[in-house]
Design a protein around this ligand. Structure first.
Ligand SMILES: Nc1nc2c(ncn2[C@@H]2O[C@H](COP(=O)(O)O[C@H]3[C@@H](O)[C@H](n4cnc5c(=O)[nH]c(N)nc54)O[C@@H]3COP(=O)(O)O)[C@@H](O)[C@H]2O)c(=O)[nH]1
Length: 824
């Protein structure tokens, strides 16, 4: 049964309609209204299946009624049942929403009209529901797509057109969705240049095969920021099975990627760090260990996991140690310190351990992490360093530092027990000669052998050490009397007098000079005793070596004098107390003075003129020689300038260079500056160097000599023939002159060997295209001998002794020539 509402002012017409409907078999209830109030009540009362309305009802305006019905019940058919309204009006009414028009004079159509209306209404409602559902679905999709952080996209195969991209695209790419619709290529262009090629290749392959793809790559935002994305694409297959388009989801995985990267790095650090790492649960069970842990402990990962953290416990620490550890760990969350651990193989080793408590977001402990390193090598290095600090690396004997402390302890002990002690200062004789002539390697070997021999002579209580260079100190404690010390000294001399066979090749004889001081007679402190033994040793040397001397009070006076000399020497430079004397060098062919050797003198305040032999060795020892040498070079250049200004620019002036100055590293600078300061030609200055100083470090020497040659100065090899001459090196030294040592010249007549050496040197020099000069020529016989052997120049008392500058100037003015008899 259907329910019909009839808007009809004529009861007769209404009854007619009712009858007609009954006749047409329409099973319906039908209610009539004819004014606005009854209409409103009826409309509120129920939902009508159809509304039949007359066109002209006095109290109702049809159009308004129709509009009301359309608005409230758009799916309820409104059928106009009226008298004739004309075709035009009927068409208008149909447009305005009337479903059908049935004239009252043809009511036979009414049943069919109602039936069609009900059918259409049902379709209407169904469509409306569908439309609403669609609309809601779209609404939901828009909400989802706009809310989720992933960008959803839909594009044609080939990605030349995007049908849809969700707003997340704008968040990830920092570009508008519209820009992608306009320029679909942006989806490729925005891929990081390093990834673009392979991303395009893989997406193309997937599309050709109609497959899904999932790719992780980087996109480059317009502001230059790089984001990692995961882009997953799915083909939408058409009926034939080929993809009609692609849909996909892009996720910004930058944070995850970075976190993974950090995890990867942490894992790499965990695995590759050289420190053992263990992660333990709160009950002490090991949950993870790294490779270094297994390397250091010897336990494999499988053996370690599940065991307690004390797997490496050595047993060397008591309970208190672990109680303190746990107290710190529980109190501060941290403990660090040194622990003795035990490896799986039983070996105990020292480890530096750092334990931290790991806490969760609420501050509750979750794990312990222990990091430890095997510091056994460090301990060994520390021990080695401590050893190096106190022992001489060459002989492995106590060094000066340790000796000092041992001496102090020995004196303390002796003092406490009222006993004597003796210090024997042993200085090797001729060690320098061995070192200079046979080289450092042999010199070192000699020191090692000496130490070994001395060790054999030691009692358990005695201490032997290397004091420095070729000096050894032997502490005897206790000694009964001086005789006991003398016996030891004699034994030492005897064992050192035996020849040393070094490297099986060279047999070397060295003796020793020994100074002895006795506690408490010769001093109450270590310093006193050492000073006394040193002075006594020098006394022994002065007395002809290979002997021992006891310290006497008188030696103290000498030692003090030495100290005074050193102080005076330090002041001499400031006070300008040095001066140069000049010894002429004469050409043996022309007999003319061609230059001079500058020799230093010291005019001491209130004293006489000191010869260099008195102070140069001390200047060498103290290092003052470097400053003195600089002064000599400057003074020599000033003199050359003066001679040049006096019309003798051809004169050459030689200066002696000390070993320390040569090795100082700035000799070339000193020379360059002095030459420049006085405007002197470099070739006028000659540097006299000795073989021994050049052989100290031949390779460094070659470099220094070349630096000096580049300046343009002349180089002369002094005292030639007295040292260790390596001809291999000699040929590599860029020298100009060989100077025959005066010892050979002095003995020319008396010793055939000396004469032979002198001749050999002249011959060697000429073969090497070097000039050769003889020094110390005192006699006509020596002069004749050298002249016949074609020695180029000479220097010696035969012609002139070293003299002050003005005397040398007079000599030049007088035009002195070598005529064969001594001048001064
Ligand atoms: N680093 C520096 N060393 C210097 C300097 N000045 C000198 N010296 C060194 O002192 C050594 C001794 O010098 P000196 O006492 O001046 O003796 C020289 C001559 O006087 C002496 N000589 C010269 N002719 C004769 C001679 O006929 N007979 C003889 N008995 N002696 C003579 O020889 C010394 C020069 O020798 P040499 O240097 O080998 O040419 C001196 O050897 C320098 O090492 C200085 O400024 N710096």
């Amino acid at each position: 049964m259907i329910h019909l509402l009839s808007i009809e002012d004529s009861l007769a017409d209404f009854q007619l309609i009712v009858r007609q409907l009954k006749r047409q078999g329409v099973d319906a209830t039908i209610v009539r209204v004819d004014d606005p109030a009854s209409l409103a009540a009826a409309l509120d009362e129920r939902l009508w299946d159809a509304i039949l309305s007359d066109y002209e009802i006095p109290s109702l305006v049809f159009h308004e009624t129709l509009a009301l019905l359309r608005q409230r019940f758009p799916d309820t058919p409104v059928i106009l049942v009226s008298g004739y309204v004309g075709e035009e009006v009927a068409v208008c009414l149909l447009k305005d929403g009337v479903w059908d028009v049935v004239p009252k004079d043809n009511l036979s159509r009414l049943g069919a009209a109602i039936e069609r209306g009900l059918r259409d209404a049902a379709q209407h409602r169904a469509r409306r529901v569908a439309e609403q559902a669609l609309q809601q679905s779209e609404e939901r999709f828009r909400l989802i797509a706009g809310t989720i952080t992933e960008a959803i996209w839909m594009a044609n195969v080939g990605f030349t057109q995007f049908f849809y991209v969700s707003p997340a695209y704008e968040r990830i790419w920092q570009r508008s969705c519209a820009s992608l619709y306009q320029n679909p290529r942006a989806s490729l262009d925005d891929i990081h240049a390093d990834d673009r090629e392979w991303v395009m290749r893989l997406t193309n392959e997937a599309q050709s095969a109609g497959q899904t793809f999932s790719l992780d790559y980087r996109v480059l935002r317009p502001d230059g920021e790089v984001r990692w994305v995961t882009n997953r694409g799915f083909p939408v297959l058409a009926t034939g099975g080929t993809p009609s388009c692609y849909v996909g989801v892009v996720e910004d995985v930058t944070e995850r990627h970075d976190a993974e990267e950090r995890l990867r790095q942490a894992a790499t650090v965990f695995e590759s760090t050289l420190e053992g790492v263990m992660i333990a649960a709160l009950d002490g069970r090991l949950l993870a260990v790294n490779k270094a842990f297994t390397d250091i402990s010897g336990y494999s990962e499988a053996e370690a996991l599940g065991r307690q953290t004390n797997i490496q416990r050595s047993g060397r620490h008591g309970d208190e140690f672990y109680q303190a550890l746990w107290a710190s760990l529980l109190g501060t969350g941290q403990w660090h310190g040194e622990i003795w651990n035990r490896r799986k193989n039983g070996e105990v080793y020292p480890a530096w351990v750092n334990i931290s408590t790991v806490r969760d977001d609420f501050g509750r402990p979750t794990h312990y992490v222990g990091v430890f390193s095997d510091i056994s090598q460090l301990r060994r290095s520390e021990e080695q360093l401590a050893h190096l600090a106190h022992y001489d690396p060459l002989t492995d004997l106590p060094n000066r530092l340790l000796l000092q402390s041992r001496l102090e302890h020995a004196l303390d002990r002796a003092q406490r027990h009222g006993r004597r002690a003796a210090a024997l200062f042993i200085d090797l004789d001729f060690f320098k000669t061995v070192n200079d002539s046979l080289g450092h390697v042999v010199g070192d070997r000699l020191l090692i052998d000496v130490a070994q021999r001395l060790r054999q002579r030691l009692r358990d209580d005695d201490t032997l050490g290397r004091f420095g260079g070729d000096e050894f100190l032997l502490l005897l404690e206790p000694v009964i009397n001086t005789d006991e010390a003398a016996v030891v000294a004699r034994d030492v001399l005897a064992i050192l007098a035996q020849p040393f066979r070094l490297d099986g090749k060279n047999e070397v004889f060295v003796g020793a000079s020994i100074g002895i001081s006795i506690f408490p007679e010769d001093g109450s402190s270590a310093a006193d005793l050492l000073r006394g033994a040193d002075a006594a040793m020098h006394q022994a040397k002065g007395q002809g070596r290979n002997r021992f001397c006891f310290y006497t009070a008188d030696m103290n006076v000498q030692a003090m004098a030495q100290l005074e000399l050193e102080a005076a020497l330090r002041r001499a430079l400031e006070r300008n107390e040095f001066l140069l004397h000049y010894q002429p060098k004469v050409d043996l062919r022309s007999g003319r003075v061609v230059g001079a050797e500058a020799l230093i003198r010291w005019q001491r305040e209130g004293g006489g003129l000191e010869a260099p032999g008195r102070f140069i060795p001390l200047a060498e020892k103290t290092g003052l020689i470097v400053a003195i040498g600089t002064w000599v070079i400057d003074c020599a250049c000033r003199q050359l300038r003066a001679w040049s200004d006096d019309g003798r620019p051809d004169l050459r002036l030689a200066v002696n260079v000390s070993g320390r100055q040569f090795a100082s590293g700035d000799l070339a600078d000193v020379v360059t500056q002095a030459l420049a300061r006085h405007g002197v030609a470099a070739a006028a200055l000659e540097l006299e160097l000795t073989e021994s100083m050049l052989m100290e470090d031949p390779e460094a020497t070659i470099a220094t000599l070349h630096a000096l040659k580049r300046i343009g100065v002349k180089l002369s090899l002094d005292d030639f023939g007295t040292g260790y001459s390596s001809f291999a090196y000699l040929s590599r030294f860029p020298i100009d002159t060989l100077k025959i040592d005066q010892s050979f010249v002095r003995n020319l007549a008396a010793e055939p060997e000396a004469a032979m050496i002198a001749v050999s040197i002249i011959d060697l020099a000429h073969r090497m295209r070097l000039k050769v000069i003889a020094e110390g020529v005192e006699t006509e016989a020596q002069l004749d001998y050298l002249r016949v052997r074609e020695c180029d120049e000479m220097q010696g008392y035969l012609f002139a002794r070293p003299m002050p500058a003005d005397a040398f100037g007079c000599l030049l003015q007088d035009g002195a020539r070598l005529i064969g008899s001594p001048v001064a």
